[in-house]
Design a protein around this ligand. Structure first.
Ligand code: CUA
Length: 330
């Protein structure tokens, strides 16, 4: 039974609450499904035409009875609705400061990169007691990142980012599944999540060896809560930014053909059609692949598309770089 438990571990901050709601729904269903058939059966037998019962004065309406069977179910479904909505909002809203990890799904594996540049496949190491945010995209078809022990699941889509967050509470190894049928080897698109105490996570992040930054300094592999230009992922993005010639238009000091990217991440941008947009990961992703979708007010739609020219991996690095230019991190 150890490898096939009836119920997954409760290993995240939301696990207990999700289970309470689940058990409440099961209990409610059992009560209705378990009791009502017997009541119906009793009435069928009791009032069968072969039975001698008084039929002289049939009841046509009973206000009290009707109110009872209307109001009690109403209270129950409203309870389920608000309980579920409250929990959903909590699970879908990441806290302001998170440890950001980039995930790419592809047929048929999970590819993970940490802010310090460390990569892993079909494994995800996370510290316990820290909010972790996964910024996820797919290189091909729709996948779904599912960690039953954390009670979190999120579709991973090509062409955009989806975000999922959790906070692990218990050290251990947990199942990681792809929960969206994605082709022949969908069932093999599995892995494990390793939750470690923070000190062990830092040690893991720092192995197999220190990462050498482009300027020659050594990164110790400490988890970076706020993206900084020193992160190897952001540094790789900065290199790409130079190689692709982005700085030709996006001068950091402003005044270029395109807007400056300094302080852009998380800011509210005014667009030329009068609407506004928050410069989050998805906006940046879209603006690199399909620059004309949203034009910042005061600029011309002159940026070429980079669709097909850079990989999702490189996009993640560019976005890590742009995030590192923000005045306030996330
Ligand atoms: Cu990826 Cu199923």
């Amino acid at each position: 039974m150890r490898d096939f438990p009836l119920f997954p571990d409760q290993a995240s901050t939301v696990a207990t609450q999700v289970d309470q709601l689940y058990f409440f729904l099961v209990a409610l269903s059992l009560i209705f499904a378990g009791v009502l058939p017997f009541v119906i059966l009793y009435l069928i037998v009791r009032y069968h035409r072969s039975q001698e019962v008084d039929r002289s004065n049939p009841v046509n309406s009973n206000l009290k009875l009707e109110l009872t069977w209307t109001i009690i179910p109403l209270i129950l479904v409203m309870l389920v609705f608000f309980w579920g909505a409250f929990l959903y909002v909590q699970i879908r809203t990441p806290p302001m400061r998170t440890l950001d990890v980039y995930v790419i799904g592809k047929q048929w594996m999970w590819h993970v990169q940490h802010p310090n540049g460390k990569r892993e496949n079909n494994e995800l190491h996370v510290p316990i007691g820290q909010p972790v945010k996964l910024i996820m995209t797919s290189q091909d078809v729709i996948h779904s990142f599912y960690i039953p022990a954390f009670r979190v699941k999120q579709d991973v889509l090509p062409g955009r980012y989806t975000v999922m967050w959790f906070q692990a509470t218990k050290p251990g190894e947990y199942h990681l599944f792809c929960a969206e049928y994605c082709g022949t080897e969908h069932s093999l698109m599995i892995g494990r999540v390793v939750a470690l105490p923070l000190a062990d996570y830092e040690r893991w992040l720092a192995t197999p060896g220190p990462v050498i930054l482009p300027d020659g300094s050594i990164d110790t592999g400490r988890p970076t809560v706020v993206a900084s230009p020193g992160d190897p992922m952001a540094a790789a993005g900065a290199q790409l930014f130079t190689n692709l010639g982005c700085a030709g238009c996006h001068a950091m000091a402003g005044g270029g053909v395109g807007p400056s990217l300094k302080g852009l991440y998380g800011a509210t941008e005014k667009l030329n059609d009068g609407s506004t947009v928050t410069a989050d990961e998805n906006y940046l992703h879209e603006s690199i692949l399909n620059p004309n979708a949203k034009i910042v007010a005061g600029y011309a739609p002159v940026m070429p598309s980079y669709q097909g020219q850079i990989s999702e991996d490189q996009l993640n690095q560019l976005i890590a770089y742009i995030k590192s230019l923000a005045d306030t991190g996330n």
